[in-house]
Write a protein that binds this ligand. Structure first.
Ligand SMILES: N[C@@H](CCC(=O)N[C@@H](CSC=O)C(=O)NCC(=O)O)C(=O)O
Length: 324
């Protein structure tokens, strides 16, 4: 019998409506049980699970896609985990369907986690007015400005609740090695991967990014996000900016273990939204090692670019997670 039907029968999986603050505390123990498996799909000899759970951090349901490689399914050897943070406008589906990560992850024995890009289904004024702010555009930080700060807490969600929910799941947790986790992402998700890696050095073994927004306090996307989500605006935004974090001396971990790919035909790069050169410059300025930035002629910002290099990002993570 499949996991899906087992879970349904046990009634562990009912999607819970949006939580209120008064219910949040008493709900915590239930949450860990409440990963609902919406679909179980066989792919590359592994399993892709489409999941949802009620989040106590965002007070909304949150979707996650999870790929378990065949090595973990057959040998019950827990797989190391690569978390992929998506870009503006994305849900977990975009990269799952066209990022082409699963092929190499299956071969190497790496699990993949695709979280969502923001809380959804709220009624915050302005949340859907533009594609680069609000829903699907969280910038992976904990907002401090009204009206966002109640729900837009994606830094806490990604670094704390997401792993807790997955690793403590009785059905899926045993497939995952909670001690071996790396992080990657694209564009806004590349910004998320870099900044969460720098801020949570105990949680991730390596980082990589495709076309990341590397210096958001200095580009239009980041300026708009930080002025909207943060009470302290751009000054506070420095705490969520990879270049500024490195400049502050936050990195204590030796070699950076960071890989960044950028396409020279990427219009967002050409228009100054990404600024990877500033990342290279600050790494040099701080005397750090272990950042590789590659510029690929002709590639744009799309998943055609990402899919061309996703196998190498899986290998980068696998190397630092002890699989290669
Ligand atoms: N809607 C926009 C384009 C938005 C876009 O390119 N989003 C990228 C991420 S950009 C940085 O975070 C993306 O990954 N989109 C999803 C996809 O499947 O391509 C416009 O119209 O210009």
């Amino acid at each position: 019998m499949s996991l899906v039907s087992t879970l349904t029968r046990r009634q562990l999986t009912r999607q819970v409506p949006q939580l209120t603050h008064t219910t949040t505390r008493s709900f915590t123990t239930t949450v860990k049980m409440a990963l609902e498996i919406k679909a179980e799909i066989t792919t590359f000899n592994g399993k892709l699970y489409k999941l949802t759970h009620p989040s106590t951090t965002t007070s909304t349901p949150m979707s996650i896609n999870l790929f378990i490689p065949p090595s973990a399914l057959s040998k019950t050897t827990p797989a190391p985990v690569l978390i992929y943070l998506s870009g503006l406008t994305c849900s977990p589906e975009n990269c799952t369907e066209k990022g082409f990560f699963q092929h190499r992850a299956s071969q190497l024995g790496l699990a993949l986690v695709y979280p969502d890009t923001s809380p959804r289904g709220l009624s915050i004024p302005g949340q859907s007015d533009s594609w680069d702010f609000g829903e699907a555009a969280s910038f992976y930080l904990d907002a401090t400005a009204d009206p966002w700060k109640e729900n837009y807490k994606m830094e806490t969600y990604i670094t704390t609740e997401l792993p807790s929910v997955l690793f403590s799941s009785p059905q899926l947790g045993p497939y995952l090695d909670k001690e071996r986790v790396s992080i990657t992402g694209h564009s806004m998700g590349g910004h998320g991967a870099l900044t969460l890696y720098l801020k949570h050095q105990d949680k991730y073994k390596s980082v990589s990014a495709f076309a990341p927004i590397a210096n958001p306090t200095k580009c239009p996307w980041g300026e708009k996000a930080f002025k909207g989500y943060l009470a302290g605006g751009l000054e506070e935004g420095k705490k969520h900016d990879a270049v500024e974090l490195l400049r502050s001396g936050i990195w204590k971990g030796g070699d950076l273990k960071a890989l960044v790919d950028v396409g020279t035909g990427d219009n967002f790069y050409k228009n100054g939204q990404l600024l990877p050169e500033n990342l290279e410059a600050v790494v040099k300025e701080m005397g750090l090692e272990g950042l590789k930035v590659r510029y690929h002629e002709g590639y744009d910002h799309s998943y055609y670019f990402m899919a061309s290099f996703s196998g190498e990002h899986v290998e980068h993570a696998a190397r630092h997670l002890g699989l290669l």
